[in-house]
Design a protein around this ligand. Structure first.
Ligand code: 4AD
Ligand code: MG
Length: 441
């Protein structure tokens, strides 16, 4: 007899068909005359029923979770049940063990379940990824990444791949990862923004989806040392265009992602309360946020009432966002607390044309601004920040060869996912999270 056709789980073969499935044991339930094996293969799950002589075999009696199996059998439809997502099961008439799995059931179950000891979970990330929640987050991540690309293609942005190894800082010297580059000092990039700006003149609006690196020594829910940075740069725009673009992109990405029913079901399981945000997003100036924080008795980092010029720290920012409970465009931050390249607001030179997008549960997921497009102003900004302009000659040159009003932003993919999937920390949204003191596995 030839082998029946091999199918991936979750494909719609008709009941009555004989098939061959390959996967790993996800759940195992043994009764006196029957063993129920839930098989998973990364595409779906299927309940496989072993009876008769099959369960008398040594292999069946010693099955463990994660054992990989080949199972032949006939698909039978199941009576619809409210809480059973599967509408068919496989009645096995043959199986063979492809790869055994060591360890007892309890050990691996504990490792792959949420709510376990955080260090154990992190050390066993490779096994945690075998669990339902972790793998669902990764599939949503893939869908969201795809949706960003699609959205940018729809709006005619060109994708580029800037270098990860650089000799200039973008977001301050404190978080630079430095390394030896053939005897010269170099860094892992904090942001590809400056490189994106150099593309505008000949490539039009551009974007990239690349890792960025930050030596963030403090352990927080939303800081990684390596994260996926989705950055875009837009030419010949004004500040309001940037805000409109951001709102369009975020809403379009959510629409595309949720249009896939399988992905939508993962989001629903991970974050039952998720609803696409209402438009338009709330727009709030930094100065008004400071007033709001004062009125609501939310102190600054020193425990004092907030005052104009203060950084709005993570805790205060998140409390404000959680209370308001809607996406917020927080705009017009003071010059002193923002990066050197940000353009000043013509009507109030104390502040910049800058925006952070804040989401409930996470806080800042996007940082963006209009860029200083005037040569003299940029030179003064380097000086103010104590930056040696020499290594930035290629960036500065953009202001010498046909400058233009332009702006852009960076979005942290893991933060976006933490918001969409209702995860407590961005660490759950990276395949193998890198943060202070953790580089394994
Ligand atoms: O606000 P940031 O530092 O802005 C920039 O890097 C700009 N140069 C981007 C640009 O305009 N092209 O970072 C942008 C976003 C943040 O809003 C946050 O979502 C994410 O990057 N981010 C981090 N995500 C995880 N871990 C970290 N350590 C992060 N630092 C920034
Ligand atoms: Mg920022």
């Amino acid at each position: 007899e030839t082998d029946p056709a091999k199918i991936k789980l979750g494909t719609a073969e008709a009941p009555g068909t004989r098939v061959r499935v390959l996967g790993r044991v996800h759940h195992l339930r043994s009764q006196k005359d029957v063993i129920f094996v839930t098989l998973k293969d990364g595409y779906g799950h299927m309940q496989c029923v072993f009876t008769g002589r099959l369960i008398k075999t040594y292999a069946a009696m010693t099955l463990t979770l994660e054992t990989s199996l080949a199972i032949h059998g006939e698909l039978r439809s199941l009576p619809p049940k409210a809480h059973a997502p599967l509408d068919r099961e496989l009645h096995a008439d043959f199986f063979s063990v492809v790869g055994t799995a060591v360890g007892d059931k309890e050990a691996i179950t504990n490792k792959v379940q949420e709510g376990g000891d955080p260090q154990t979970l992190l050390d066993n990330r490779h096994l945690v990824l075998r669990g339902d929640n972790a793998s669902s987050v990764m599939k949503v991540r893939a869908a969201v990444t795809r949706a960003f690309r699609q959205t940018y293609v729809e709006t005619r942005l060109t994708e580029v791949t800037p270098p990860a190894m650089v000799q200039t800082q973008v977001e301050g010297g404190a978080t630079l990862f430095e390394f030896n580059y053939y005897g010269e000092k170099a860094y892992l990039t904090q942001s590809s923004q400056l490189y994106l700006e150099t593309c505008l003149a000949s490539m039009g609006d551009v974007f990239c989806i690349c890792p960025s690196f930050r030596a963030e020594k403090s352990l927080t829910r939303r800081h990684l040392s390596e994260y996926t940075h989705i950055e875009a740069e837009l030419d010949f725009i004004v500040f309001d265009d940037l805000l409109d673009h951001l709102e369009n992109v975020i809403c379009r990405v959510i629409d595309i992602t949720l249009a896939d029913p399988v992905i939508a079901s993962y989001v629903k399981e991970l974050n039952p309360d998720f609803t696409p945000p209402a438009r338009p997003f709330r727009r709030m100036k930094y100065a008004d946020a400071i007033e709001w924080l004062k009125e609501n008795d939310i102190p600054n980092e020193e425990g004092q009432p907030h005052a104009f010029g203060d950084d709005i720290a993570e805790a205060a920012e998140r409390r404000m966002t959680d209370i308001l409970d809607v996406p917020i465009f927080l705009t017009h931050f003071p010059v002193e607390i923002k990066a050197f390249y940000m353009k000043k607001d013509d009507s109030d030179k104390r502040v910049t044309e800058s925006v952070d997008v804040l989401m409930p549960g996470v806080g800042e997921i996007v940082g963006g601004s209009m860029r200083m497009d005037d040569y003299e102003e940029l030179m003064a900004a380097y000086k103010r920040e104590g930056i040696d302009p020499a290594p930035y000659y290629w960036y500065t040159d953009q202001r010498r060869y046909g400058t233009s009003p332009h702006g852009g932003y960076g979005l942290g993919l893991e933060r976006f996912l933490a918001w969409m999937c209702g995860r407590f920390t961005v660490r759950e949204c990276a395949l193998y999270p890198r943060f202070a003191y953790r580089c394994t596995p």
